[in-house]
Design a binder for this molecule. Structure first.
Ligand code: FAD
Length: 407
């Protein structure tokens, strides 16, 4: 058994990698355990908001993220059926509120690469891949972590604190008997990636939402594998269609034709299908075990809030652990309960509420209600003050400020 004078972070996704990096910077020995031998490149988070870039200034990686990504100053809403833009938002209204009045479009696996490369510069940082956490023992003074290696060897690692950043299906959360209440949306989300250039074809921004009578869609630009630009479409898929049918060429072409009748053909180079949930864990802390990121809360991807708020969790808890590390007289329960109070209620108030609202705005159930929602967005986007307060929420700046004000 190794020395327990360290923190274990489980999961080297964006949240675990950035949390581990921050802990290393704060002088704390940290072991990052990851089940996979590689960084997965599936289409997941693409948008990094101003609030996150501001926090990452302190970690020293925001400039690398900006350099690798695409600067998205605007996002727009269109009527899917007429292709008319009815509202456009401009992050430059936040120029007095943030160092970064824009969002950055960068695939999450590239953010992970940047964080892990930076972390590898620290002697107190260790990344152990193909280490699957299979048991945890949350004791009074330490946590004992049982890890399975590919050759079936079992390793026990002990630590002062364990941060579970092991995603929505979190073993760590389940091992502590922490409930994950909420719901799963009926429809699944289909993501298609292509090199069809929506900006050139029809003045799309890098982030676009299309609301229609029968369906909706979002259109995003990312740097893509070659760095020269790739576009993603996200569509809802109703129940009752098998996965193989959804991923068939016929279904995909049909979906594209429904949303973009003016586009002759799109060569889809990649596709993913996701189930989508809205859930927040009942507790973010139990003894010396802390949850962050998707392990603590999951939401639909509209508005790009899951990874962003997860990174905020991780950076918050890294500071709390640093306080405890440097001052033995502090109460672990007291310091960590502040983390829970600063993050858990706000995950509901901001991330859950806004992502659910974003989805409801796009999906049209009652045409009068939809019309009201579109009119409302139009009204907000045409006033500087209203737009600014909308963007402070959408970029999670309000959430970070409110979290900091909780003592
Ligand atoms: C289509 C889509 C688009 C999205 N777009 C956005 C966006 O634009 N902006 C945004 O903010 N969010 C977005 N999200 C959400 C975002 O992808 C997630 O919130 C983010 O990946 C959460 O990061 P995480 O590090 O908490 O978990 P994950 O990325 O799920 O990482 C968890 C890691 O833990 C490892 N692990 C799991 N179990 C164990 C174990 N027992 N032992 C060791 N390791 C383990 C896994 O292998 C994995 O590497 C999107 C999601 C989807 C599906």
């Amino acid at each position: 058994m190794s020395s327990s004078e360290q923190v274990v972070v489980v999961g080297a996704g964006p949240v675990g990698s950035i949390t581990a990096l921050r802990l290393s910077q704060l002088g704390i020995p940290v072991v990052l355990l990851e089940a996979l031998s590689y960084i997965p490149t599936g289409h997941r988070a693409a948008t990094t908001h101003s609030s996150t870039l501001d926090l990452l200034d302190k970690v020293g990686i925001s400039s690398q993220i900006i350099e690798a990504g695409l600067k998205a100053q605007y996002f727009q809403y269109r009527h899917l059926d007429s292709n008319e833009v009815f509202a456009e938002f401009d992050f430059s209204f936040l120029k007095d509120e943030t160092n970064h009045p824009y969002a950055i479009q960068l695939e999450q696996h590239k953010t992970v690469e940047i964080a892990l490369k930076e972390a590898s510069k620290y002697k107190n940082f260790t990344l152990l891949r193909e280490h699957v956490v299979s048991e945890v023992n949350n004791k009074e003074d330490i946590v004992e972590v049982t890890v399975k290696l590919p050759n079936e060897e079992i390793k026990i690692i002990s630590c002062k604190f364990l941060i579970g950043c092991d995603g929505g299906k979190s073993y760590i959360r389940k091992s502590q008997g922490i409930d994950f209440p909420g719901f799963t949306w009926e429809e699944r989300f289909l993501i298609l990636a292509s090199y069809f250039d929506y900006e050139q074809a029809d003045n799309y921004r890098y982030r676009n939402y299309l609301a229609g009578k029968d369906t909706w869609c979002s259109v995003f630009k990312i740097p893509g594998p070659k760095g020269c630009g790739m576009w993603r479409n996200l569509f809802p898929v109703m129940q009752g269609v098998s996965e193989s049918d959804i991923l068939s060429e016929k279904y995909i072409n049909n979906q594209i034709k429904t949303c973009f009748p003016y586009i002759e053909k799109i060569n889809v180079v990649d596709k993913n299908l996701y189930s989508v949930h809205q859930r927040v864990a009942d507790k973010f802390v139990k003894g010396r075990i802390i949850l962050a990121g998707d392990a603590a809360h999951v939401n639909n991807p509209l508005g790009g809030m899951g990874m962003n708020s997860g990174i905020h969790d991780g950076l918050n808890v890294a500071e709390k652990i640093s306080e405890l590390w440097n001052n033995n007289s502090l109460s672990v329960d007291k310091v960590l309960s502040l983390y829970d109070r600063q993050r858990r209620p706000l995950a509901k108030k901001y991330v859950q509420a806004q992502s659910i609202e974003n989805k409801k705005t796009l999906q049209s159930d009652d045409s009068r209600k939809s019309k009201d929602k579109y009119e409302n967005l139009k009204r907000i986007s045409s006033s500087k003050d209203l737009q600014k307060s909308f963007l402070l929420k959408a970029s999670l700046i309000d959430m970070v400020r409110e979290s900091d004000s909780i003592i």
